[in-house]
Design a protein around this ligand. Structure first.
Ligand code: ADP
Ligand code: ZN
Length: 625
């Protein structure tokens, strides 16, 4: 019985293979003739703006390279065929991370059709499809085989192509490509020395960690830093992401992990980089674990076994990155594993300046462009945000047909990165606009009048991101600490939109949902986390789990819970009443501002301030500007 099933399976497989091979040969051949040229993103945009793109544009995600590019045909500028039709050429544009979404949005705005393709291997999609087909058959076969008690005939996860997702960095990155994180750079310098010459390092008695954990918010350059370590030491770099292991069958993740380490040991000294380690290295939940967590656990355990199994001096260094170190399983942090942590912070003013300069090298600026001012106006931006800002500005400048990126464009790009892109206001009725104008006027007037607030930057009723309008404020400098006064004002600011709607229109809208959520959250945090309520004083009531956002089982009584709720409500109610008083006292100004917004759509912070405070007062204060 078993024998029969086995041979039947085998012959089926053979037939399928032959058919697939023939099919792929037949279909792949016409493709080979095409000649494709690399194009820059600017060329691509120029073609888009002048309507020379041939639809559809294909967006390809290449899993092997971990890169994304656009491909398709564009008409050549001023070049015609004999019959008078424009000459076409095939292009390919590489997208750097972060550009993806914007380009897709712009294509959407220009109503250009896009096809999205994921390329799994460096061969044509047809072959990928047939391979997939064969793979499915093989899997079936394997499962049947296993049922029958035999060992799998195919070594899963053994094939090298599957194992190494990121493979080695092709274009070398060095420390010169990483700016503004000097401390982190110094801390990893030692690792570079070790990798360059492990035996010399050992002779000198240096102790090198097996694992280094890079901890910091997204986009601060952790991946970049890891690649730079490899680049500086000129060693291979194996990259993968914890999230790669997410959709895997039990056992496959673990086997992949083993293969990566086996390969890495062969190529030592080298670096194994694991991005988003938190997705496999979460605290193990013990009983009641659901579904996939078992698979993660296996992957995690395998990694730990591998790390324990090799001697630190073998030269494989595992670098992992996370922005949530507190969710990591403590087993990861034990000696001999990731016992060294390097913090990669959001860049300071000086750091931002350096990052802007680094990424600005490739950009032509107008004489009035001042990167120092950009750095000052971008507290809280990550390195990736800053790179994005410059990129955005360069593209805007092309569209405006400027010779160089000027200050106004830089400001515009900053706003876009921070508050989302402006949306064309199709389907946005006059009534919505009016409601939004009052709403934003309510926020803005409070932003000007209340103490302890960040300066008002801009108010707009042009929809941005998901919001119908935005009141933008910018902190004056890097903020490391917030005060109680700031939070009290912040809750009041949140109330402003709803209050203005109510006063002016006698009705209220859903536009305040986000404001309400935010006000409630701030009030709750003040009471439960920051010890900022009079009633409870210096006490904390939550051990908020950063993982799920849930609160761990409350360590207080039900009575206290009720009191907390009451205290939160009191804070919010008081803020609402107070904000309402301020707005009512300035009703005339509110109306003036709302009307101006309806007319102008966007107003500068200073303009609003002048209007609200009255011309003279603003002039008296004007010295600082
Ligand atoms: P992370 O891994 O911390 O999320 P990345 O290393 O992926 O961040 O950063 C994404 C991109 O942002 C980089 O490719 C680089 O262009 C830019 N970037 C981020 N931080 C820096 C930095 N400190 N110096 C220069 N560029 C940076
Ligand atoms: Zn609002």
């Amino acid at each position: 019985m078993a024998k029969k099933g086995e041979s039947a399976g085998r012959s089926w497989l053979l037939i399928a293979l032959v058919v697939c091979a023939l099919l792929s040969l037949y279909r792949a051949s016409p493709q080979a003739a095409a000649k494709t040229q690399e194009a820059t993103l600017l060329e691509f945009y120029e073609a888009m703006e002048s309507g020379r793109l041939v639809e559809p544009v294909t967006r390809v995600f290449d899993r092997d390279e971990g890169s994304t590019y656009l491909a398709g045909e564009m008409e050549q500028k001023d070049e015609l065929n004999d019959d008078g039709s424009p000459k076409k050429r095939k292009y390919r544009v590489r997208l750097v991370p972060g550009e993806n979404e914007r380009v897709m949005n712009d294509l959407l705005d220009n109503s250009i059709k896009v096809e999205v393709v994921e390329k799994k291997a460096a061969i044509s999609p047809f072959i990928v499809q047939t391979l997939f087909f064969v793979g499915m058959l093989a899997l079936l076969y394997w499962i049947m085989y296993r049922r029958m008690g035999g060992g799998g005939p195919f070594g899963f996860g053994k094939s090298k192509a599957k194992v190494l997702n990121g493979i080695e960095a092709k274009n070398k990155v060095t420390f010169a490509d990483v700016a503004g994180v000097d401390e982190a750079r110094e801390e990893v310098q030692e690792i570079v020395e070790f990798l360059k010459d492990p035996s010399a390092f050992k002779k000198l008695g240096g102790r090198i960690p097996k694992g280094v954990l890079l901890v910091g918010p997204p986009g601060t350059g952790k991946t970049l830093l890891a690649r730079a370590i490899a680049g500086e030491a000129a060693v291979p770099f194996f990259a993968m992401s914890g999230s790669d292991f997410e959709e895997m069958f039990v056992g496959v993740g673990a086997s992949r992990m083993r293969d990566v380490f086996a390969e890495a040991k062969k190529r030592a000294p080298c670096i194994v980089f694991i991005d988003e380690i938190d997705s496999i290295g979460q605290k193990r939940t013990g009983a009641g674990a659901i579904g996939g967590s078992h698979a993660y656990e296996q992957t995690l355990n395998t990694m730990l076994v591998e790390m324990d199994g090799f001697d630190a001096n073998e030269g494989v260094i595992v670098i992992a990155a996370t922005n949530r170190p507190d969710t990591l399983d403590s087993a990861l942090l034990r000696p001999g594993r990731f016992d060294r942590q390097v913090v990669v912070e959001l860049p300071t003013l000086k750091g931002r300046r350096e990052i802007l300069e680094l990424h600005g090298k490739k950009i032509t600026f107008a004489p009035d462009a001042d990167l120092d001012r950009v750095a000052r106006g971008t507290p809280g931006f990550s390195g990736a945000d800053l790179a994005n800002l410059l990129n955005e500005a360069a593209l805007m400048a092309v569209r405006k047909k400027l010779d160089g990126v000027d200050m106004a464009t830089l400001d515009e790009a900053r706003d876009k990165v921070l508050w989302g892109r402006e949306r064309k206001s199709a389907g946005y009725s006059q009534k919505d606009r009016e409601c939004t104008a009052w709403h934003e006027a309510g926020h803005a007037i409070l932003q000007v009048l209340l103490p302890n607030t960040d300066p008002l930057h801009k108010v707009t009723i042009i929809p941005r991101g998901r919001a119908l309008g935005v009141t933008m404020s910018l902190p004056e400098r890097d903020v490391l600490n917030r005060t109680r006064g700031y939070f009290l004002s912040e809750i009041r600011l949140c109330c402003g939109g709803r209050i203005a709607e109510e006063i002016a229109l006698g009705d209220i809208s859903t536009g305040a949902a986000q404001d309400i959520a935010q006000a409630t959250q701030i009030a709750r945090d003040m009471v439960c986390r920051f010890g900022m309520s009079d009633k409870f004083g210096f006490q904390a009531f939550v051990a908020r789990s950063p993982l799920s956002g849930d609160e761990n089982p409350p360590a207080f009584s039900e009575g206290t819970a009720r009191e907390i709720d009451a205290e939160v409500r009191r804070l919010v109610d008081e803020a609402y009443a107070d904000a309402k008083r301020v707005i009512e006292e300035n009703r005339a100004k509110l109306e003036e501002l709302a009307k101006a917004l309806l007319e102008k759509e966007t107003m500068d912070g200073r303009e609003v301030e002048r209007m609200v405070r009255g011309e003279d007062e603003a002039k008296a204060e004007g010295g600082e500007a």
